[in-house]
Design a protein. Sequence first.
Length: 138
Amino acid sequence: MTELPYTDDDLRTEAASQHKALTEDPDYTGIGEAMDDDIVPSTEPGGGKTWATLLLDDAAFDEARDQISDLISKAADVSRWAVGLGADGLQPSDEHVITIGADDKPIARIHFAFEPGMPEEMRTALVQGIGQAIDAHL
């Protein structure tokens, strides 16, 4: 096997850098185009409506697009984590999150990613065990 002048870590670092760059200057026009066909989650169940079928006037649509662009630009840089999870074959879970709060606001949040074949019961038990360990020390 030929020795390469770069490492897997070099590749992950570059991928994370480019991933981050995509969020720093989001394609404003592309955001609007993508919105047209995306379902607005709060309009489900019942078929759901896309942004295009909400019948927003131009000003209201532009305001929503501005807010989405702002959220993308201000998103936490988790590019390195995202690239690492993908490289490891792990899938993030929206159902398994631990939020630690103080003064009615989050001060820390733990997100989980799992091997795709891990049973749901095992995922839940793992998260509950970690949550109990944290609770025991706070």
